[in-house]
Design a protein around this ligand. Structure first.
Ligand code: GAP
Length: 507
């Protein structure tokens, strides 16, 4: 059986189960993530962040920016344009080579990335498991197609009922469209860059591309930054921004989208120091996710095998997370050597060398690139936070509850403030506390509607770490209760200590 957390059985970005459905439903119900243009039926591969989602995402980006730019003296920031001179993409190799092999169904026109279709060995292994009874028919279809294979489902159900010879089943399925059973075309290369036109004419001279990565904006500005900042290798340039890829098959919620955000650092150093900096960034970036609450049992650091490396990379490691749909990449850390700067020097004719006035050496720096996806990280933190447990309701009866256990630094709302009842002067006192918390710079939510238990539950689902309640005792000794989202423990503290109490615990 394939279950969430069962690492060894998980296909790459394959299996999805109802945990993912629950997470997607919560994201919509509570305003974390909506389908883009939903009122018109949506658009595949594009997503919108609602009021809670945008705070979560912004917190993540701010923490990254604080940690890699503001708290360091060797990295500076950049915000380059999304559309650049198309020559940038020729130099970087994206015009010629940024493509995935694509296969189309001749009958229903469904389009697949070649690596999404199961290999013969995979089909054999799955049929074997189904025959042995270790996998149900539905699980077999999931394992082979990620759940999107009506034709496979029909064939496997029939084969299971009639006990068809496994080798005959393999012949029927292999190389056919999982959705309709139609013939597939041979693999063709499909460039992933999204094109547009600049200016009044729509012809080949006005073609431009939406950037498929933020990195090239950094390489194209490397000399500008070097010449204008008091910085010299080893140093980095960091950027957060949108990137666009015409993915053949966007899938797994926001994981593979056509519009997404990246957070990238290009770290420039002398080639003799490149191995040392590669190891430094690989370990630092892995630890960053753990410190923000991704447990190390679901997070892993995987060094690429030599045959997996891109032609320009000397070494590369993926930081991967065990999502409900499989183990997949959050961030890649690569030693890109001097490949990119050399290519831009060649194509632009501009000198990309750095002159070291101490050693008198002139050289093109080597580059270590930690390249993370903002949306993928947000999704991993959402999956990690999603928890179901039991908590007592207003009458002390245990009830199922859903809570989002975000690290307090990431939580969209840090504090919620409630009057116990909507009378006896409690709303006025609670409003005053709410105003004070907001004025301190912490995100805060005020709610006076409905039973107190239900108000707590709503905040649990939003991931709010602290709920403050004004009750009768507040008028006697100027104290309030403050409830911890995870432990449900309630402390009684002085009204004027609320902000200090929360700040101490946010970390
Ligand atoms: N500059 C290097 C680069 O762009 P990449 O592995 O293609 O490398 C880096 O992308 C990160 O961007 C990935 O680790 C992932 O987090 C994110 N990413 C890439 N494609 C994505 C997509 N279609 N949807 C969401 N995030 C994506």
């Amino acid at each position: 059986m394939i279950r969430f957390g069962d690492v060894k059985n998980m296909g790459k970005e394959g299996k999805t189960d109802d945990l993912m459905e629950k997470i997607v439903a919560l994201c919509k119900r509570r305003g974390f993530i909506f389908q883009s243009s939903e009122i018109y039926g949506g658009i595949n591969g594009f997503w919108d962040y609602g009021p809670l989602g945008v705070e979560l995402k912004r917190n993540l980006k701010n923490i990254w920016w604080e940690d890699v730019v503001r708290k360091r003296d060797d990295i500076v920031g950049l915000d380059a344009a999304i559309i650049m001179n198309p020559k940038v993409w020729e130099a970087s190799g994206h015009v010629g080579g940024f493509s995935d092999p694509r296969v189309d169904c001749k009958e229903c026109n469904a389009r697949y990335r070649l690596d999404e279709l199961p290999t013969r060995v995979r089909v054999e292994a799955v049929i074997d498991e189904m025959t042995n009874g270790t996998m149900t028919v539905e699980e077999a279809v999931d394992a082979l197609t990620g759940g999107n294979g009506d034709h496979f489902l029909r064939i496997l159900k029939k084969a299971h009922k009639k006990r068809t010879n496994p080798s005959d089943v393999i012949e029927i399925l292999f190389g056919k469209c999982p959705q309709c059973g139609g013939e597939l075309t041979d693999a063709r290369q499909f460039n992933l860059m999204l094109k547009t036109f600049i200016g009044a004419m729509e012809d080949s001279s006005s073609v431009a591309y939406l950037r498929p990565e933020t990195a090239q904006g950094i390489f194209a500005n490397y000399k500008n930054v070097l010449d204008t900042s008091r910085i010299r290798p080893p140093f980095g340039i960091a950027q957060i921004g949108k990137a666009f890829r015409n993915e053949i098959n966007p899938r797994n919620f926001t994981f593979r989208s056509r519009e997404f955000e990246q957070m990238e650092i290009e770290f420039f150093c002398h080639k003799d120091d490149a191995d040392k900096w590669y190891e430094y960034w690989r370990d630092a970036r892995y630890k960053w996710y753990i410190d923000l609450g991704l447990t190390s049992s679901r997070l892993r650091l995987r060094d690429h095998e030599t045959d997996e490396l891109a032609h320009y990379a000397k070494s590369c490691a993926d930081i991967e997370y065990d999502f409900p749909f499989g183990i997949s990449e959050l961030e890649g850390v690569a030693n890109r050597t001097d490949y990119d700067l050399k290519k831009h020097q060649e194509h632009s004719g501009k000198d990309m060398q750095f002159f070291d006035d101490q050693t008198k050496e002139r050289y093109i720096p080597h580059v270590i690139e930690p390249s993370g996806g903002v949306d993928r990280a947000v999704l991993a933190f959402i999956c990690e936070a999603y928890t179901e447990d039991e908590a007592p309701d207003d009458k002390g009866k245990m009830q199922k509850r859903i809570l989002m256990k975000f690290h307090p630094r990431l939580a969209p709302i840090k504090v919620a403030v409630f009057p116990l009842v909507k009378k006896e002067g409690m709303p006025e006192v609670a409003r005053k506390i709410y105003d004070d918390v907001l004025a301190s710079g912490l995100t805060c939510f005020y709610d006076e509607k409905g039973a107190i238990g239900r108000r707590y539950r709503r905040q649990d689902e939003a991931g709010t770490p602290f709920c403050v309640t004004v009750d009768g005792q507040t008028f006697e000794d100027q104290t309030v209760t403050i409830r911890d989202r995870d432990s449900l423990k309630q402390d009684r503290i002085a009204v004027e200590k609320v902000v200090e109490y929360v700040r101490e615990r946010i970390g």
